[in-house]
Design a protein around this ligand. Structure first.
Ligand code: ZN
Length: 320
C-alpha cells in the first residue's frame, strides 16, 4: 500500500494533465537503490544470510535506511540462526506492527516513514522477551557507537486544503500558485445546488455556485493565516456585486471554511480589515462539494502565457 502511495505520488509529480498539478516534490527521504526499494517500498525480502548485518556484533544503533530514524539497539540483537538480523525489542515507538498481506504473519514497518523492515514473531523461546524482530539488513543502516546519528527525515506535515472565491477563478489560481507551500491548485465551482455544473450553467447565474479555487498546501511551509491574508491582498474584497468587470453572484468574494478553526481565522482578518476602515463584502460559507471545472480552465494563465486582468496584488497586512 505504501509502495502504491509512492507510485501515485510520483505519478502526480510527473503528470501535468492531472488538473491538480503538483508544483514541487514534498518528500525527500534518502534515495534508495533498486535493491533497497524492492525491500523497503515493495515489501520484498532479502535472501537469508545475504545481509551485511546478520552477524554484526558491534555496539551501536540500527537506523532506518530511508529516513534515519533509530530502530534497534545493538544490545537487543541476538543470534537466532534464521539468516536475518534478529532483535527482541525495538526502540520505543520506532516500529509499527501491521497484519501482513499473507494473512498470517505480522509485518513490521518504520513508524516514521512506513518503510518495510521485516516481520515480528512471538513466543518462539529465543529470549526472555519471547519476541523476534526479523529485519532485513538492507532496510537499515548501522551506526557504530562512537558515530553521531543523522537527523531523522520527517515527512512533511499532512497537506491541507483551503477554498477561496474571489472573482474569475483564473486570476485567483494564478496568484495562489505563486506561493511557496502551495503544493497544488485546481479551479472549480462550489456553493450551488446543481450537481457537476458546467461553466455555461454557472454563467447563467442560476446554479448558486461561485468560481472557487481549491488549494492544497503544506502547513509546515505556509499557514492558513497567510493564505487568508493573501486572499484579501489579491482582490477587491470591498466589491459587492462581483470582481472587477466580472459582475454576478458567481464572482463574489467568499471564503469557504472547512472547520471552526478556519472560520475563526477568517473572522479575525475580516475584523482587522474593518478596523483599518475597509468595507468588507466577503462572506463566509461552510465548505461544500468542490466540482472541478473543465480542463481548459485549469492553470489558464500558465497555459496561455498571459497575466490576469481582474486581480492585482496589494499589500495590506504587515509582513512577518
Ligand atoms: Zn524510516
Amino acid at each position: 500500500m505504501f509502495a502504491n502511495y509512492i507510485k501515485i505520488f510520483l505519478l502526480l509529480i510527473a503528470c501535468n494533465a492531472c488538473g491538480q498539478t503538483k508544483k514541487e516534490a514534498v518528500m525527500k527521504y534518502n534515495e534508495l537503490t533498486d535493491k533497497e526499494a524492492y525491500v523497503i517500498l515493495n515489501k520484498g525480502t532479502e535472501a537469508p544470510y545475504s545481509g551485511e548485518y546478520t552477524n554484526n556484533k558491534a555496539a551501536g544503533t540500527y537506523v532506518c535506511k530511508q529516513c534515519n530514524a533509530p530502530l534497534y539497539r545493538a544490545t537487543d540483537k541476538f543470534e537466532s540462526g534464521c539468516g536475518w538480523p534478529s532483535f527482541d525489542d525495538e526502540i520505543e515507538g520506532a516500529v509499527i506492527r501491521v497484519p501482513d498481506a499473507d494473512g498470517m504473519r505480522t509485518e513490521i514497518i518504520c513508524a516514521n516513514c512506513k518503510g518495510h523492515l521485516g516481520h515480528v514473531f512471538l513466543n518462539e523461546g529465543f529470549t526472555a522477551k519471547q519476541t523476534r524482530h526479523c529485519v532485513n539488513s538492507i532496510s537499515m543502516t548501522f551506526i557504530p557507537e562512537n558515530e553521531p546519528l543523522k537527523p531523522i527525515i520527517k515527512m512533511n506535515e499532512e497537506l491541507k486544503k483551503a477554498y477561496f472565491a474571489s472573482g474569475c477563478f483564473w486570476g485567483t489560481e494564478y496568484y495562489f500558485r505563486k506561493l511557496k507551500g502551495v503544493v497544488a491548485t485546481a479551479v472549480g465551482y462550489m456553493g450551488g445546488d446543481v450537481e457537476n455544473p458546467t461553466y455555461e450553467q454557472v454563467c447563467t447565474k442560476k446554479t448558486g455556485h461561485l468560481e472557487t479555487i481549491e488549494i492544497e498546501y503544506n502547513p509546515a511551509i505556509i499557514s492558513y493565516d497567510e493564505l487568508v491574508k493573501y486572499f484579501f491582498e489579491t482582490h477587491d474584497f470591498s466589491q459587492e456585486d462581483g470582481q472587477g468587470p466580472d459582475i454576478g453572484p458567481q464572482y463574489k468574494s467568499v471564503i469557504f471554511y472547512a472547520d471552526a478553526a478556519q472560520k475563526e481565522i477568517d473572522e479575525k482578518y475580516i475584523a482587522e480589515l474593518k478596523e483599518m476602515g475597509y468595507h468588507v463584502a466577503t462572506t463566509l460559507q461552510p465548505v461544500a462539494h468542490f466540482w472541478k471545472a473543465e480542463d481548459y480552465h485549469q492553470q489558464y494563465y500558465e497555459h496561455k502565457g498571459t497575466t490576469p486582468y481582474c486581480h492585482i496584488y496589494k499589500q495590506i497586512f504587515d509582513k512577518k
